[in-house]
Every structure is written in C-alpha cells, then in structure tokens.
Write a protein that binds this ligand. Structure first.
Ligand code: ZN
Ligand code: ZN
Ligand code: ZN
Length: 356
C-alpha cells in the first residue's frame, strides 16, 4: 500500500476478502466490507444477519455489524477520515463504489488488485499442494473420458456436462466452476455453453472443466484443464490441426521458466500456430493465472512484461478455432519453479480416439 500510494484497502465481494481474512462475502446487495487502513487496525463491516457466518479473527479484524434500515456506507465513511486514495476490490459492486464516492467526494479510487495481485500471484507450498490435488482430481475425470470410460455418443452435451459436474464434486472439489462440453463445430466457440446438441460418432468433443477445492483455512483453490477426444478416427485436417496445437502447447510450457516475461510464454505458443498458418484461428491469450480464482493474475498475454517467478501458477492453453467446422484447445496448469516449469496436469496430451 505504501509503494502504491494507497491509504486504505476496501475489500468486499470477490476473492481478495477470503484470501486475506478467511471470510467470503455473500454476493448479495447488502454491504460487506473489510476496511484496511495503511496504518491502524482492520474492520470488517458486515450485515447483522450474516454475522453468524463470520469466523471471528480478533487478531486480524474487528467486526462491526449493521441492521437493515441503517446506512452501512456511513460506517465505512466514518473510517475514512483523512483518506485520499482508496483501493477498492476489482469485483466490488459498482453501486458500493458510487455510494462511497457520494459520501466521500474527495476520495480517489484505484483497483485493489494493484496491491493484492502481486501478493496473490505467488503461491506458497501449501497453496501449490492444493492446486496439485485439484489438478489430479480433474485429471482422473478426463483420463476416464480419454480411455472411453464415459459414454458420449447419442447423449446431449448438457447431459455429459451434468455427469462431469457430479464427478468434480465426487473427486473432492467443494464447487463446480465450469463444465464446457463442446462437440463437433461447437468446439469452435472457446467458451461454448454445453447444450442440447447430441454428440455423434466421427466428431471431436472438447472438455474444459474445473472446480474449487478447499485449501488451508477453508479458502478454496481452483482446477482447470482442457482435453479433446475424437470419436472414431479423426479426419486428416483435424489430426493435422491437433498436431500443431500439441506442439504449440509444448512450446508454451517449455518457455515458462523463471525470469521469462509472461508475454514470451504467449509468443512461444503462438509462434508454432502462426508458422503452421493457423494464426488467425488462435483468438485468445495463451493463459491466465489461477489460485483462489479460476482466472487471476498473471496473464500469459502480449504486452505483459512481468517476469515469471517461482510460485507463479497459470494455465498454458493454446486453441485453434475454425468457425463452423471444428476447434480444439489443450490446457494444463503449470507452476514456475527454480527447477523449471512444473505441469500439474499429467494426463495424456494427445488427441485420444475413443470407440463410437
Ligand atoms: Zn476459458
Ligand atoms: Zn483456463
Ligand atoms: Zn479451461
């Protein structure tokens, strides 16, 4: 906060709050806010009716509750005397920020992530252990799919996605975050929503799945993996596309060494796809950080000059999407270590061919 010229940190809805104090605000309209002054003690302002959810931590914060009919913004504003710059949670409701500015017109707002991301990005051994467990859990699910252990043909994407969601919980996650099941041409939409399309023989199916697993102090950490399977032998064009993707992914992972700028990880993966002539079909960054959120800093993206340090955890997930025809993506979570990049997802990276 001193480095960034921030006088107070205001954390509400979003992942910063549980990361720093163990309590996750309900994403509802009532105001919950942790007020962390640069000098002085932290206060958690919380709705009276939600106070029983809070595990009190007198060593970390004092708790102040408010009842319906009272003005919680005033409770926060009372604690901002002399404050010039407040860093507010990136996912705080805009309504809270607007009301705060009305109560404190001279306040300057900045993003809390300026302060919190550098801390959250670097995972310690306990955090990496949970990320590794979460990765192993989703590995088991997609290894089964790769081995043909989950029936696909004749079922809707949504039906398969629901089965995977149950498996994510059965394998030890506390929460399902996403279950992308994209068959045939639907895989050309990177964030396809599993729907009523019936999966058929002779086509590919892309699985991008993830959840949140409980970690130290009850704070959860995320999994995220993508694999593609083909039902029966793939057409030459798709097999060729997948070989390019495979090489791109390997190049991205290999580039993820300590000291390498994040942008160079993106460039390493992208170069392989560009050189093969598919560059226009790789329509997103190569990866994102992962931790208490499925997507957090640092991003493996052009322009991000941040050098990797040991403990950065992030995805490497190049994709090739040919609209209306087909698409594929290959994704692992990788941790940068002094001994080199450590992929947490270990299952086969090839295009698994399953029986019709
Ligand atoms: Zn995504
Ligand atoms: Zn991802
Ligand atoms: Zn993913």
């Amino acid at each position: 906060m001193v480095d960034r010229g921030v006088d107070v940190l205001l954390l509400s809805v979003g992942a910063d709050l549980p990361y720093f104090c163990g309590y996750e605000a309900m994403p509802l309209e009532r105001l919950t806010m942790l007020v962390v002054p640069r000098d002085g003690d932290a206060t958690l302002v919380v709705p009276h009716l939600e106070a029983p959810r809070v595990a009190e931590r007198p060593d970390v914060f004092e708790m102040v509750t408010w009842r319906d009919g009272e003005d919680p913004i005033a409770l926060v504003a009372d604690r901002l005397a002399g404050v010039g710059t407040a860093a507010v949670g990136d996912q705080m409701w805009a309504g809270f920020a607007v009301d705060l500015l009305a109560a404190c017109p001279t306040l300057t707002l900045t993003r809390a992530s300026d302060v919190t991301a550098p801390i959250r990005m670097v995972k310690d051994a306990a955090e990496i252990a949970v990320l590794r467990d979460a990765a192993a859990a989703v590995d088991r699910i997609l290894a089964d799919v790769q081995a043909g252990g989950m029936p696909l043909v004749g079922r809707t994407e949504a039906d398969v996605a629901a089965q995977i969601a149950r498996r994510i919980i059965d394998e030890g996650h506390q929460r399902v975050n996403f279950t992308i099941v994209a068959s045939g041409p639907n895989a050309a939409s990177p964030h396809h929503e599993a729907g009523e399309r019936i999966i058929r023989a002779g086509e590919s199916v892309l699985f991008d799945i993830g959840g949140t697993m409980a970690g130290p102090d009850g704070v959860g950490y995320c999994s995220d993996i993508t694999r593609c399977v083909h039902i029966g032998p793939p057409a030459d064009g798709f097999a060729e596309l997948y070989e390019v993707l495979y090489a791109s992914h390997a190049a991205g992972v290999a580039a993820a060494t300590v000291g390498t700028p994040c942008a160079d990880v993106d460039a390493a993966a992208r170069r392989v796809i560009d050189d093969a002539g598919y560059g226009e079909f790789f329509v997103h960054r190569t990866g994102h950080g992962i931790g208490v959120e499925a997507h957090e800093h640092p991003n493996m993206v052009a322009g991000n000059d941040l050098p990797l340090v040991a403990g950065h955890a992030f995805s490497v997930e190049p994709g090739i999407y040919v609209p209306g025809v087909w698409g594929a993506r290959l994704e692992d979570i990788v941790v940068a270590t002094d001994a080199g990049p450590e992929p947490l997802n270990r299952i086969d990276h090839g295009l698994a061919v399953v029986d019709a």
